[in-house]
Design a protein around this ligand. Structure first.
Ligand code: GLU
Length: 416
């Protein structure tokens, strides 16, 4: 049985509410999203037939600033998934102490089945449908699963055409030529690397000697696999939608990435030393660091007992269920929660937004320096609370994030 992600997000709130003795009124408040918009997106396909897709944009909280969060194009998208992802964005921006809230959007579609023209029409019509609830001071979308800089450019253009002027700050993750930020494309992977480096130091492990398994080989999984490979780690398994690929002596990540970037699937890669493995085998392979960097609901009560690593570094949002969390905690596996581990993306999105508003652009050194400062500060705070209270890193990170939101609600009061 697959877990409903929004039920899971609410369970996580319950766990932290109990741990921190959260005011029951605020607890109630945080388990609801502020608003959900469901839209129909009619598209005239290239073959002259009409298809109608369903899209969503959800604001979980704008209490600390405009909504912020990605937009995904996938067949798994539904309202509860988007609500969960929006909720997780609230915790993520709060944990980093960014002046932003949490939002998310998506369209239930297989984008690989669309032509470029159809994809552009879908993106533009969706933007037009949600235009009243997005904007630089309302809610700022960004890339997520199966969306990219080109899609952000179409959103920015559609929004700007409707408003009669160019408004780059309506989305982040844009191409650099039209107001995007250097360092944004790799930011999630870079942030994962900074956090892992900091944890490895705390645990007195040697980064170079670590064996790594990465689930997902897209923007997040591909970048972190590449960074760790370049820093001397042995990446023993990676996977994409077609298969997992394993080699005890370590994979040549550079060659695999070049292969994937040409649009190829891992199952078609030829190397006699590499073994093709399934998803379950990949997740339960013995390693030091397991990096789920695909989608939610991967480490569950079904496979958690068999997870054989020291650290789970959550590149994806919501890959571990609360039941699995309990099992991993008992096994003394460090789980670096999504809202911390993969927060590099939204952090550099925030830098992009600030640069757009100021019309002044930073160099890569400054981006990486400030990203490291912000993410490491959040890591240190989380690690400290987890040690002091003997709780998981997830519960510790949630305590920090939820406390900031609770304080903002208390200060602002409930309207009217
Ligand atoms: N989709 C990314 C995430 O889940 C980035 C969101 C953003 O940059 O707004 O964190």
């Amino acid at each position: 049985m697959t877990v409903n992600p929004f039920e899971m997000a609410k369970k996580q709130i319950d766990i932290v509410a109990e741990e921190m003795d959260l005011d029951p009124n605020i607890h109630k408040f945080l388990k609801r999203v502020e608003r959900s918009l469901i839209v129909s997106i009619p598209i005239m396909m290239d073959d002259g037939t009409l298809k109608v897709f369903e899209g969503y944009r959800v604001h979980h909280s704008t209490i600390r600033g405009p909504g912020k969060g990605g937009l995904r194009f996938s067949l798994g998208v539904n309202l509860d998934e988007v609500k969960a992802l929006a909720t997780w964005m609230t915790w993520k921006t709060s944990l980093l102490n960014l002046p932003l809230g949490g939002a998310k959007g998506g369209i239930c579609v297989d984008p690989f089945k669309l032509s470029k023209k159809e994809l552009e029409k879908l993106t533009r019509r969706f933007t037009a449908e949600i235009i009243n609830i997005i904007g630089p001071d309302i809610d700022i979308p960004a890339p997520d699963v199966n969306t990219n800089a080109q899609i952000m450019a179409w959103i920015m253009d559609t929004y700007s055409m409707q408003k009669g002027r160019t408004i780059p700050g309506v989305v982040t993750g844009k191409p650099i030529e039209i107001g995007g930020s250097v360092g944004r494309a790799n930011a999630t992977g870079t942030g994962l690397y900074f956090v892992l480096q900091a944890l490895v130091e705390k645990l007195r492990l040697d980064l170079k000697s670590l064996k790594i398994v990465v689930q997902g080989f897209g923007n997040v999984g591909g970048t972190i696999a590449d960074l760790l490979y370049k820093h001397g780690c042995k990446v023993i398994a990676v996977s994409d939608i077609s298969t997992g690929i394993y080699c005890e002596d370590g994979l040549d990540v550079e060659k695999l990435l070049a292969w994937a970037k040409q649009g190829n699937l891992l199952k078609d890669y030829k190397n006699d030393k590499y073994k093709l493995i399934g998803n379950d085998e990949l997740l339960t392979s013995k390693c030091d660091v397991l990096i789920p960097a695909a989608i939610e609901n991967q480490i569950t009560e079904k496979n958690a007992e068999k997870i054989d690593c020291k650290i789970v570094l959550e590149g994806a949002n919501g890959p571990t269920t609360p039941e699995a969390d309990k099992i991993l905690l008992k096994k003394e596996i460090y789980v670096v929660p999504d809202i911390l581990a993969n927060s590099g993306g939204v952090c550099v999105s925030y830098f992009e937004y600030v640069q757009d508003i100021n019309s002044y652009f930073w160099k890569l050194d400054r981006i990486n320096e400030e990203l490291k400062r912000i993410i490491i500060e959040a890591f240190e705070e989380t690690f400290k609370i987890s040690k002091e209270r003997s709780i998981s890193l997830r519960t510790a990170a949630y305590i920090i994030a939820v406390s900031r939101i609770a304080k903002a609600i208390e200060l602002r009061g409930i309207f009217p």
